[in-house]
Design a protein around this ligand. Structure first.
Ligand SMILES: NC(=O)c1ccc[n+]([C@@H]2O[C@H](COP(=O)([O-])OP(=O)(O)OC[C@H]3O[C@@H](n4cnc5c(N)ncnc54)[C@H](O)[C@@H]3O)[C@@H](O)[C@H]2O)c1
Length: 335
């Protein structure tokens, strides 16, 4: 039997879910919903069998519907997810899961009590590049992790209800959690608004310190003339360069490093190691499709886990600490 699915929010991101659910043989896309008639019309073109509505409560009332995807703006995630879980629907929510870790905790409790899926779409965690680097780290090929240094910038899409950290750095913070599984300790964030009518900060620099002296620096911006998606990872054995915008050769693994010897005769003696560079071949499968396959399998096999929701809550706590740091101008402990 196919899992019956509905998608709420058909702006920029929602149609990617629509396309992948139509493509997947184990799901049947039944409902699409958007308050905009234009968005509904555009999505339903070519799929006359889809039920469409401007009121998401119509999906909640359909007892045959199993799974709801929420790809509306962030300020509506919590309330729609809560109502969907109360209507006994499995839920996938676009990032961020909610606008507070408390709200996300409430959702997790509700999902857990009813044995329903609660999954935040953190698409990057399903990309071949991120999974390949995760395997390298897990195998110990990178050595002890030292740092994560990334730039994630583009022009727009400026959001109203979350700042650029909540929109873009959320990807980096979830990748770091997934790759290294280290406890974040404190954050220092600097952010600025450059349009007087902006409701949220458009560019930011964030430093997060983790246990074991691991440090992350993340630069995010909606005001960049060029799109950049680069990440450097330093380890005691290898260094990794990840450029997500490269069609091929997204990952380069460098056998490079530096050791500084110090003794009484030569008090400062750096020794540089410069070995081979390896570029792994990556699968071309679309990450969102893999995410849909994984989450729908959890529902169909009755093997729902809450690892993703727990990760989302850990990330929300870092995002909340970023906001506090911006406000106070001080580094903020992450609890
Ligand atoms: N994983 C990713 O890489 C990725 C990429 C882009 C966006 N997103 C996330 O997806 C979500 C949506 O972003 P977007 O860029 O598509 O936004 P968008 O503004 O383009 O689209 C949102 C849509 O939701 C509709 N909507 C708003 N309130 C509604 C309601 N109550 N009921 C029904 N429809 C409603 C709007 O009319 C609009 O069409 C955000 O949370 C964003 O963070 C994720």
């Amino acid at each position: 039997m196919k899992l019956k699915v509905g998608v709420i929010g058909l702006g920029y991101w929602g149609p990617n879910f629509v396309r992948n659910f139509i493509r997947y043989e184990r799901t049947q896309l039944v409902w699409v919903c958007d308050i905009s008639e234009k968005a509904l019309k555009k999505t339903c073109q070519g799929y006359p069998y889809l039920k469409s509505t401007q009121n998401y409560h119509d999906l909640l009332k359909d007892n045959s519907l199993d799974l709801i995807i929420i790809t509306t703006p962030p300020n509506s995630h919590y309330i729609i997810a809560k109502k969907a879980l109360e209507a006994k629907k499995h839920v996938i929510v676009a990032k961020p899961l909610a606008l507070s870790s408390k709200g996300a905790n409430d959702l997790l409790k509700l999902a857990n009590e009813n044995n329903l899926l609660l999954h935040t779409d953190l698409t990057y965690l399903y990309t071949a590049a991120v999974r390949t680097i995760k395997n390298l780290i897990d195998k110990g090929a990178v050595g002890n992790p030292l740092y994560y240094d990334s730039i994630r910038t583009n022009l727009g899409l400026i959001q109203q209800d979350v700042n650029v950290i909540w929109d873009l750095a959320i990807h980096d913070l979830s990748i770091i959690d997934y790759w290294f599984n280290l406890k974040p300790e404190k954050v220092f964030a600097v952010a600025s608004k450059h349009n007087e009518n902006s409701k949220t900060e458009e560019m930011a620099h964030i430093s997060v310190t983790y246990q074991n002296h691991f440090i992350a620096h993340i630069h995010v911006s909606w005001l960049s003339p060029v799109k950049i998606r680069t990440t450097l990872v330093g380890g005691t054995n290898k260094m990794v360069y990840f450029d997500d915008l490269q069609p091929d050769e997204k990952i380069k693994i460098y056998d490079k490093g530096v050791k500084i010897a110090s003794d009484s005769i030569t008090p400062f003696k750096p020794a540089y190691r410069s070995g081979n560079i390896i570029t792994p071949t990556l699968s071309q499968e679309e990450a969102l499709f893999l995410e849909i396959r994984d989450t729908t399998n959890q529902i169909m096999r009755k093997s729902i886990n809450y690892l993703n929701a727990q990760l989302s809550i850990r990330i929300l706590k870092i995002l909340e600490a970023c906001d506090k740091s911006i406000k106070t101008g001080h580094s903020t402990a992450i609890r």
